[in-house]
Design a protein around this ligand. Structure first.
Ligand code: NAP
Ligand code: GDD
Length: 346
């Protein structure tokens, strides 16, 4: 068991919740930054909650927002982390076309605020940046650490900035700062407007007779979908190496959105063609057609390899939705938002 302290931004998100679990299991004290909302946003980590009055408590939450640099710096000073996992971002690609300035402020500049805070406090902490395969955009697959970036969304552009500012602080100031270039990774805790969770939820609801149709956009896009719980292990491994470097994390396989839909519907004994309808509102002004990661470097240096591939992932996600509908699942994010919810239109 280790006695390290970690600070996680985005701890309430999909990855933040799995990473917090992993680090607590490893004996870390974990501090998470949570942005204030009018309702609680901690449903993904409620099962980890510990009363801070308990002398054994090792999970602590603090209000903070990436747009507030002074708060971020103050927290860093107070927490004195050994490792900082920077996961917070406006992470939805389609939404980034609607909110490009907020996306740039949070996803790009938020990273600089954190790096500046580390530099100014002089803390010898290690820094993980949640970089994305979305940075490769239009560059043909397979994509690896040396593939040229050609982002296709304000989100992708913001992540390219964050990638380079992370490298710049490593080169200019000698910070132990790494980029994990993660390809799509999913789970039952995935936000309900990302395509895998949207499909899994809808297939389960259709099976249960709660809805008839599922509206989707581009079925031809191809993604390299892995399992989020495994990807956080790679984040941790990157911060345990002798020297900082950047790594692609993926499964190395590619499936279309149509394939994923087919896996989910077949899993519950339905024919997707009877239920899936096209809605152009889900198309994007510019699309990323094909992402497949080459993880040779991560396998060689980190010893990391994906174990769950897309078909098993679809199965475990849809099983979780069915369990949730039966009222005994561990799906922790809004379980059954109505498909007609206005914010589901993304
Ligand atoms: P997610 O579920 O959308 O979580 C994003 C987190 O960021 C949430 O905790 C969110 O808080 C927080 N956040 C957003 N804006 C913030 C702000 N202004 N200040 C403070 N916190 C803020 O994303 P994820 O899937 O876990 O992904 C984690 C990171 O990896 C993100 O940076 C994402 O861009 C990147 N990434 C994800 C994937 C993937 O396939 N999942 C692939 C590559 C890279 P709320 O809970 O309050 O919304
Ligand atoms: N969300 C969504 N909703 N996507 C749809 C839909 C729909 O109704 N119909 C088709 N798609 C297609 C999108 O056009 C895209 O090609 C693909 O499904 C995947 O979309 P998302 O699940 O929204 O994920 P993403 O690939 O755009 O972005 C995710 O992965 C990135 C890594 O490559 C996010 O997690 C990003 O934060 C992450 O960086």
């Amino acid at each position: 068991m280790t006695v390290k302290t970690a600070l996680i931004t985005g701890i309430t998100g999909q990855d933040g919740s799995y990473l917090a679990e992993l680090l607590l299991e490893k004996g870390y004290t974990v501090h998470g930054i949570v942005r204030r909302a009018s309702t609680f946003t901690t449903c993904r980590i409620d099962h980890l909650y510990q009363d801070p009055h308990d002398p054994e408590a090792r999970l602590f939450l603090h209000y903070g927002d990436l747009t507030d640099g002074s708060r971020v710096a103050g927290l860093l000073e107070r927490v004195q982390p050994d490792e900082v996992y920077h996961l917070a971002a406006q992470s939805h690609v389609r939404v980034s076309f609607d909110e490009p300035l907020f996306t740039a402020d949070t996803t790009a500049l938020g990273t600089t605020r954190l790096l500046e805070a580390i530099r100014n406090t002089g803390l010898p902490c290690r820094f993980y940046q949640a970089s994305s395969s979305e940075m490769f955009g239009a560059s043909p697959p397979p994509q690896h650490e040396g593939t040229a970036f050609h982002p296709r969304s304000p989100y992708g552009v913001a992540k390219v900035y964050a990638y380079w500012i992370t490298r710049n602080y490593r080169e200019a100031y000698g910070l132990y700062a790494v980029n994990g270039i993660l390809f799509n990774h999913e789970s039952p805790r995935r936000g309900p407007t990302f395509v895998t969770r949207k499909v899994a939820m809808a297939a389960a609801r259709i099976k249960a007779g709660l809805q008839d149709n599922l509206y989707l956009g581009n079925l031809d896009a191809r993604r390299d979908w892995g399992y989020a719980a495994e990807y956080v292990e790679a984040m941790w491994l990157m911060l345990q190496q002798d020297s900082p470097d950047d790594y692609v994390i993926a499964t190395g396989t590619s499936y279309s959105v149509r394939d994923f839909v087919e896996h989910c519907f077949t899993h519950v004994g339905l024919d997707w063609r009877d239920h899936v309808r096209f809605d152009e509102r889900y198309l994007r002004p510019a699309e990323v057609d094909d992402l497949v990661g080459d993880t040779s470097k991560a396998a060689r240096v980190l010893g990391w390899q994906a174990r769950v591939h897309t078909p098993e992932l679809a199965g475990l996600m849809i099983d979780a939705e069915l369990q949730a509908l039966l009222g005994k699942g561990e799906v922790t994010v809004p379980v059954v938002p109505p498909p007609t919810h206005p914010l589901a239109r993304r």
